[in-house]
Design a protein around this ligand. Structure first.
Ligand code: ST9
Ligand code: ZN
Ligand code: ZN
Length: 333
């Protein structure tokens, strides 16, 4: 902010005030303006190819063997959990703790999901929470549906993402040898686990045609998982209600809850990001919470953080919009 233009008695004159106000308004306008888009054509071409190839994959689903359908669901769930139970609830938010075997499985499933390595994903996600809906938010939903869905992956990041992102503490993840290992071998491991391994299994074990397998359990599965994930940034920041905090943009969206394995309770999640269930509720439509609880049962997960019902109630009364989530469709608490 420019220094205040004071006269010798330290009194702001009308004209001085006007000048200053204009300067501040211009500054604010500048920082709110979308920067000139620097398109990354490699990513644009890849995304167009991916989505066209996925259409072919969707067509191929009509004539694949029944085992491929089951394998499709299984690889969707594994990739999904690598993001929801792994990158999101475990590593970005530290909302529970996991023993080494579970962490290894989650790193493998996360690599299968091809959404950048866990350190990069978590840095972007911590920035998304800390600087939500500002230029320092990598997928700032104020820049529109397309930008927050996939557009942010097609252009260079806003300088404020990089500038303010430096203030985010990543020491915990950078010190984790398992995450450093994932980062080191990310590209070859990701290409194999996301696209080739699922196709190899279908081809080898039940004789699915190689290319059919590649376009269904490889390409189509990946496209579905990323779109479900991106919907949390786009749909669940735009369309739904706000039972916990009406002053923020994230909302509760039923379709996203289902597609994103329990991650569409986004008004709740931005209000209480430390909750391991990412929702007021337990297992209802929240496969990820059921998975974490199952892991706790077999001794692999522990230290789950949950917000108390009293605290949620108080918060709803204080800042909620008066709606009750999905009404009669709400799962049991
Ligand atoms: C993908 C990720 O799809 C999706 C994430 C969604 C998150 C959703 C969250 C919602 C909640 C959870 C719900 C889960 C639901 C799951 C459902 C499952 C069924 N802080 O990035 P670069 C600095 S990925 C601090 O190259 P450019 C840093 O120094 C899809 N600093 O920026 C960095 O260097 P280094 C596959 C930061 O050049 C440097 O800047 N992947 C931060 O502007 C350069 O960084 C792709 O398609 C920060 N936050 O390029 C790849 N960020 O890393 C796409 C950056 O060395 N990415 N810095 O430290 C790219 O090609 C590029 O990143 C780019 C930007 C072109 C987008
Ligand atoms: Zn969000
Ligand atoms: Zn989060």
């Amino acid at each position: 902010m420019p220094p205040r233009n004071l006269n010798k008695y330290n009194v702001v004159t009308e004209d001085d005030d006007k000048d200053e106000l204009e300067a501040v308004t211009t500054d604010q306008k500048k920082s709110q303006e979308a920067p000139p888009m620097q398109i990354v054509w490699r990513n644009v071409i890849w995304m167009i190819y991916l989505h066209l190839a996925a259409v072919y994959g969707a067509y191929a689903m009509f004539y694949v063997k029944w085992q491929t359908w089951i394998w499709f669901a299984a690889t969707y769930a594994m990739s999904g959990l690598g993001i929801t139970a792994g990158a999101h609830r475990l590593w970005s938010h530290r909302s529970y703790k996991a023993k080494l075997p579970l962490r290894i499985i989650l790193v493998i499933w996360n690599t299968m999901a091809f959404q950048n390595d866990i350190i990069e994903w978590s840095r972007d996600h911590r920035a998304h929470h800390k600087y939500s809906e500002t230029n320092a938010d990598p997928h700032n939903a104020k820049r529109g549906f397309f930008f927050s869905h996939v557009g942010w992956l097609l252009v260079r990041k806003h300088p404020e993402v990089k500038e303010k992102g430096k203030k985010i503490n990543m020491d915990d993840l950078l010190a984790d040898p398992l995450l450093r290992l994932q980062r080191k071998f990310y590209v070859p491991a990701m290409i194999f686990l996301c696209f080739f391994f699922p196709a190899l299994v279908a081809w080898y074990f039940w004789g699915e045609n190689w290319w059919t397998a590649f376009f269904t359990v490889g390409i189509l599965k990946y496209t579905c998982v990323v779109n479900a994930t991106w919907a949390v940034n786009s749909v669940a920041h735009l369309f739904g209600n706000k039972p916990y905090d009406k002053d923020i943009n994230p909302v509760e969206t039923l379709g996203v809850v289902v597609a994103a394995m329990g991650e569409g309770y986004h008004n709740y999640h931005h209000t209480f990001p430390q909750d391991y269930s990412a929702s007021e509720y337990g297992w209802g439509r929240n496969i990820t919470t059921a998975f974490i609880d199952f892991c706790a049962l077999i001794g692999q997960a522990y230290g789950m953080k949950k917000i108390s019902p009293e605290m949620i109630k108080r918060r709803k009364e204080r800042t909620g919009d008066g709606s009750s989530g999905f009404g009669y469709l709400d799962p049991p608490k």
